[in-house]
Design a protein around this ligand. Structure first.
Ligand SMILES: [Fe+2]
Length: 363
């Protein structure tokens, strides 16, 4: 297997039909040769994607359709947004734009079997504010969080905006339809991690700590039908699932986390020392904590076989061994996380912390 996906702060590589793309939310997709990794340049997909593009597209596991979006596609700090779909041949089959309630840095979104959801949190972008010497990108607590919901295949003018008190999430674990509700598991924090308020003041570390949270949207009531319930007390991030269940109810989820409950003081840190597996059927949470001083990046699930049961497979994560100044690739049995890695690939050098990836068969 070879690593084919990489993410820093919002950038990753996506393999699709023997094509490989590096994604980062401020730019067009950048194509690489899937064998040599030689640069092939930015791609517009027939002139259809000429703006920035999310680093968190969603692939429907049944149709193979890839759903993507962009914030401010028509210029810096614009409240406009773009939504598109491409087929398995990278042909753009849908593309439409709409106006969000305000200009926000939107890092991730949700796609279910029947719906697409666009979270807009008060992580605002404002040139006018920057011209006053304040932050261009800031948490504006005077605003509410909005989520735009529409049926897949519908026109963007059918978007219905659900509102709630200001809260933030960078990453979605998964979302699915459940009768006349939509359920999403997200990593929610009270304010945006690592970013100042609109006056440039730093935020409270505890408010920046993301925790696993269930968002429920009652489709019959866009006014009050948005409910939020924290599911766990660990400061955690970088959620992944068995991606054969993208947009379908998932039993298992995986995150990085701090081993102690609700980290304080340093809770804005992304230097997570543990991995967690959640079983949403039983409510069980299992954890593996690395040796003291080591930290770990996003866990990537690889099924044991194409027809393996959900969660039956391997969890791969890169650890940073701070004392030795190098990295290791850790391989866990995803069902036996607390037992520790079943294999360790010793790397002779450092992999930049924050490295994320997915895996594909070697060529
Ligand atoms: Fe991300």
């Amino acid at each position: 297997m070879t690593l084919s996906q990489r993410e820093g702060l919002g950038c990753l590589q996506l393999e699709r039909e023997d094509r490989l793309f590096a994604l980062e939310e401020s730019h067009q997709p950048f194509e690489l040769d899937p064998c040599t990794l030689a640069s092939m340049g930015h791609q517009s997909f027939g002139g259809r994607v000429t703006s920035r593009c999310t680093a968190h597209p969603k692939i429907d596991p049944e149709s193979g359709e890839l759903h993507f979006f962009a914030y401010s596609p028509d210029g810096p700090c614009s409240p406009s947004m773009l939504y598109g779909v491409m087929d398995t041949r990278c042909e753009v089959t849908q593309l439409q734009s709409f106006t969000a309630p305000y200009a926000s840095m939107v890092h991730d979104f949700m796609v279910t079997r029947g719906h697409v959801l666009f979270p807009v949190t008060p992580l605002t972008l404002s040139v006018e504010r920057a011209m006053r010497g304040k932050p261009l990108l800031a948490w504006d607590a005077s605003l509410r969080t909005h989520v735009g919901v529409m049926q897949r295949g519908s026109a963007a003018d059918t978007l219905r905006w659900f509102q709630t008190d200001a809260c933030h999430m960078f990453h979605v674990m998964n979302a699915w339809d459940d009768g006349d509700t939509i359920v999403a598991y997200v990593m929610q924090s009270e304010t945006a991690p690592g970013l100042p308020d609109a006056e440039g003041r730093p935020g409270a570390p505890e408010a920046m700590a993301a925790r696993l949270c269930r968002w429920t949207f009652h489709l019959a009531d866009a006014g009050t039908g948005f409910r939020r319930d924290y599911l766990d007390d660990l400061a955690a991030e970088f959620p992944r699932i068995d991606e054969r269940y993208t947009g379908r109810r998932n039993r298992y989820g995986f995150t990085t986390c701090h081993a102690t409950s609700r980290a304080r003081g340093d809770s804005e840190s992304v230097l997570y020392n543990s991995l967690a597996r959640f079983d949403f059927d039983t409510g069980e949470r299992s954890i593996h904590t690395l040796p003291h001083g080591d930290v770990v990046s996003e866990p990537v699930f690889v099924p044991r076989a194409d027809d393996a049961a959900e969660g039956d497979g391997w969890l791969l994560a890169v650890a940073w061994r701070e004392r030795e100044k190098r990295s290791d690739l850790l391989v866990f049995d995803a069902m036996g996380l607390p037992a520790g890695p079943v294999a360790v690939a010793r790397l002779p050098h450092r992999v930049p912390f924050g490295f994320h990836g997915t895996w594909r068969p070697s060529v």
